[in-house]
Design a protein around this ligand. Structure first.
Ligand SMILES: Nc1nc2c(ncn2[C@@H]2O[C@H](COP(=O)(O)OP(=O)(O)OP(=O)(O)O)[C@@H](O)[C@H]2O)c(=O)[nH]1
Length: 412
């Protein structure tokens, strides 16, 4: 019995020890790293170190989304502008309605502000001094010469002013202003015919040839004249005979498109005379009122180019006489422009001058000098880069604008 008891106790002890042995290792086992298996799975998926800084839950969608979304977003963004850039596909041509030409010079008078400082403020200031002594008259003379009126014309203007103020005893500012205005108008030869011949004599279109040196504003002036004519109810065709500068034909086409005028152009580098010829022939065929031919800018000292200009005129004249040859002069070139003008008049029969960029100079007196030197009327003046910044030249309105006083009987 005792043996059985001992054996039972031993067995119990073994069982207890066994149970404890089983429990202790379990309690000592380091904590299971439940989070670790996840990072080792994600790490190989990370394409760059930059993304590591991002929070894991957001990472996967952030990486995927741009890759998937990019083509969807970019494709329409790229295609849409291309479609819009094809005006023939998407945009119907919009024909503009140019401003009426009547009273333009008055409306654009503020553009002469630089010249107004010389004439209006400068000269009128000098003239309204209490005592007009020799020094004062010399200053008046200097102002006119600085404004590019020219030495000869200045002497004449000042001599006549001195004489008349002495004889008339004029002393008031308004009286002196009126005398100065009269002298300036008279120096601008108001009797000259400044009308543009825009209707052909024989039932054919009138042909207007536009010539001048590079950058004077020929193409721009062609476009502006087309607008003036269209505004006055005429039909116009433009000839892009400036085949020398590739962009000139495009520029002219843009001007034409804005007022619905057809443009005849040749391939780049084509013979300008043949393009001009084709333009006039087309104008005759479709029966427009006026064909305006833009020519390449040429330096007056390049004999070959000037000869080419003569050829353009001769070839065009196979269809009939050229009605107007307009010489475009840049007013900011001052007295240099006069030498250019003189050479052009020797090659082609210039019938009128367009003085551009009068808005950019204090030397509005160049109008007087140009007319005196050439004996050719200034017919149009450019007063800005805007499409309607071209005005028929009128001496009285011009002088009023220069002197900065509202002319009577205008709606300005
Ligand atoms: N401020 C001002 N700029 C003008 C005027 N007329 C023309 N321009 C500018 O003068 C620059 C030259 O004009 P274009 O018409 O290209 O001259 P272009 O004589 O045809 O030039 P080429 O073809 O190179 O001989 C352009 O930037 C015009 O906008 C004007 O009256 N005032």
């Amino acid at each position: 019995m005792t043996d059985y008891l001992v054996a039972a106790l031993v067995l119990l002890g073994v069982l207890v020890l066994g149970a404890v042995g089983l429990m202790v290792p379990r309690l000592r086992r380091p904590p299971r790293p439940p989070a670790r298996p996840a990072p080792p799975v994600e790490e190989p998926q990370r394409p760059t170190g930059v993304i590591v800084a991002e929070p894991p839950p957001a990472r996967a969608p952030d990486v995927v989304t741009p890759e998937v979304a990019a083509p969807e977003v970019v494709v329409p963004e790229v295609i849409e502008p291309e479609v819009l850039e094809r005006p023939e596909v998407v945009l119907p041509p919009v024909i503009e309605r140019p401003e009426p030409t009547a009273g333009r010079l008055v409306r654009l008078r503020a553009r002469l502000s630089r010249s107004q400082n010389v004439f209006g403020k400068g000269l009128l200031g000098l003239l309204s001094r209490d005592h007009l002594d020799e020094d004062a008259w010399e200053e008046i003379e200097d102002s006119l010469i600085t404004a590019d009126v020219g030495v000869e014309a200045t002497r004449e203007i000042v001599d006549r002013l001195r004489e008349r103020t002495r004889v008339l005893g004029t002393r008031t500012a308004s009286g002196l202003r009126a005398l100065l205005a009269e002298e300036l108008v008279s120096a601008l030869s108001p009797e000259l015919d400044r009308s543009l011949r825009t209707t052909g004599a024989t039932g054919n279109p009138a042909v207007i040839l536009v010539v001048g040196v590079n950058g004077a504003g020929k193409t721009t002036t062609c476009g502006k004249i087309a607008r003036v004519l269209v505004a006055d109810g005429r039909s116009v065709l433009l000839g892009a005979a400036d085949t020398f500068r590739a962009a000139a034909a495009d520029q002219l086409a843009t001007w034409g498109g804005r007022v619905g005028a057809e443009v005849v152009r040749g391939p780049e580098g084509a013979d300008p005379a043949s393009v001009a010829f084709d333009a006039v022939r087309r104008g005759i065929d479709v029966g427009v009122d006026t064909v305006l031919v833009d020519t390449a800018g040429r330096l007056q000292n390049k004999i070959g180019l000037m000869d080419e200009l003569g050829k353009v005129k001769r070839v065009v004249e196979k269809h009939g006489p050229v009605d107007e040859t307009l010489l475009v002069l840049d007013a900011t070139t001052g007295q240099n422009g006069l030498e250019q003008a003189r050479v052009f008049t020797e090659v082609v029969d210039v019938t009128g001058v367009v003085l551009t960029k009068l808005d950019g100079t204090a030397k509005g007196g160049i109008v007087i000098a140009v007319q005196r030197k050439l004996g050719i009327p200034v017919k149009l003046v450019g007063l800005g880069e805007g499409p309607d910044d071209l005005a028929p030249f009128d001496p009285v309105q011009f002088v009023d604008a220069l002197l900065g006083v509202e002319p009577l009987g205008t709606d300005a």
